[in-house]
Design a protein around this ligand. Structure first.
Ligand SMILES: NC(=O)c1ccc[n+]([C@@H]2O[C@H](COP(=O)([O-])OP(=O)(O)OC[C@H]3O[C@@H](n4cnc5c(N)ncnc54)[C@H](OP(=O)(O)O)[C@@H]3O)[C@@H](O)[C@H]2O)c1
Length: 336
């Protein structure tokens, strides 16, 4: 329980002015936040690729200005006008518009609609929940969608691209734990040994995939989780075996997809869309339960490359955008 008084608190608010899109740490008050029926003392947030794009203006992610950035938060309910939540309860929010069109998680205090709030499942601390964050939730959503569409470990190996990033590192662990043979694809040779330690059976650089150019190539993999889009996604489609699946997650390389219908009509391959932001609440709760139990990565603490304070967010954005980071960046919202 907490003795909440609505005094001033720190937050990272992003502005769009003549100088472009920039954020800064500033002091705010509860009445400055957008409306919502649940007020949360933020313990932890995280930095996802999307956060780095949005908060720096590198990508069009934020849909209103000024806005507190941060698409993830975990912490403790201070007040709730909704009977599903009570003061002192540990909760989390990922996506749903937080940090995109509603004041987000880079703040000591967060106010949000109750419909976005997930009770923190037993088995996860707020720090662990944010070590997973949107990236871990997305990895879980990928596995759910793949298996819902018939994917099984005995079909053969699954490729994970952008493997040293947040989604990649967590997907590598979760899928390996669930018995899948993971081929982790990373452009960072320095991450290869680490990915093997996390469970990948094979690790290679994107060029080593030798994806070819023909409309259909030799069937080499049973499926994939693709974080980078563009030519690599198009290439993977040409190599997926009968009735395999690709979960399309990201576009770190490119948003365009130049392909043919052959993988779909000759091999029954499915391209599955992953949209973590607007995942329906019942599925959201079910996946967080799994992340707290069977799908909780064994090396979760090792997946965090660094923990930053609200003062240090820009260091994290730069690391993600320059592709220098490996794993997850945790944000301690109360650390000064
Ligand atoms: N659909 C959804 O719901 C959803 C949810 C979360 C994330 N995403 C998207 O999924 C992707 C991964 O997110 P994340 O949070 O894991 O990001 P991240 O931590 O920044 O990781 C992205 C990884 O992609 C690779 N990469 C980065 N820039 C690249 C480039 N120009 N060309 C080729 N590869 C590049 C890098 O891996 P290597 O250096 O190891 O190759 C990098 O570590 C992003 O595009 C993100 O926006 C989508």
């Amino acid at each position: 329980m907490t003795d909440f008084k609505p005094t001033a608190f720190r937050c990272f608010r992003v502005y769009h002015d003549a100088g472009g899109i920039r954020g800064r740490l500033e002091t705010s008050r509860l009445e400055d936040l957008q409306p919502g029926s649940v007020v949360i003392k933020a313990h932890y947030s995280s930095i996802n690729y999307k956060d780095a794009l949005g908060a720096t203006g590198t990508g069009k992610i934020l849909r209103r200005f000024p806005l507190i950035a941060g698409i993830d938060v975990a912490g403790e309910v201070l007040t709730s006008q909704d009977s599903r939540f009570h003061p002192g309860q540990l909760v989390l929010i990922t996506g749903c518009g937080l940090g995109e069109d509603h004041d987000g998680g880079y703040s000591e205090i967060v106010r949000a609609p109750a419909d976005w709030v997930v009770p923190l499942p037993q088995g996860l601390t707020p720090a662990e929940a944010m070590s997973l964050g949107t990236a871990g939730f997305t990895a879980a959503l990928c596995l759910h969608r793949l298996e819902q569409n018939g994917q099984r470990p005995d079909q053969g190996p699954l490729v994970i691209t952008g493997a040293s990033g947040g989604v990649g590192i967590l997907a590598t662990q979760i899928l390996s734990q669930c018995g899948y043979q993971v081929v982790a694809v990373s452009g960072k040779p320095s991450a290869h040994e680490y990915l093997r330690e996390l469970g990948a059976q094979q690790v290679c650089e994107p060029q080593a995939l030798a994806l070819g150019k023909r409309p259909l190539e030799a069937a080499r993999w049973a499926g994939a989780i693709d974080n980078i889009g563009g030519e690599v996604l198009a290439g993977l489609l040409r190599h997926i075996d009968l009735w395999g699946n690709i979960a399309s997650v990201g576009m770190a390389s490119h948003h365009q997809l130049d392909t043919t219908v052959f993988p779909f009509i000759l091999r029954g391959v499915s391209l599955l869309g992953i949209s973590s932001t607007n995942c329906p609440m019942p599925l959201r709760q079910q996946l967080w339960q799994r992340l707290a139990t069977a799908w909780k990565p064994h090396a979760l603490a090792r997946s965090v490359s660094r923990t930053l304070s609200l003062n240090e967010l820009e260091t994290g954005f730069a690391l993600l955008l320059s592709r220098q980071n490996q794993g997850r960046i945790l944000v301690d919202c109360q650390k000064s």
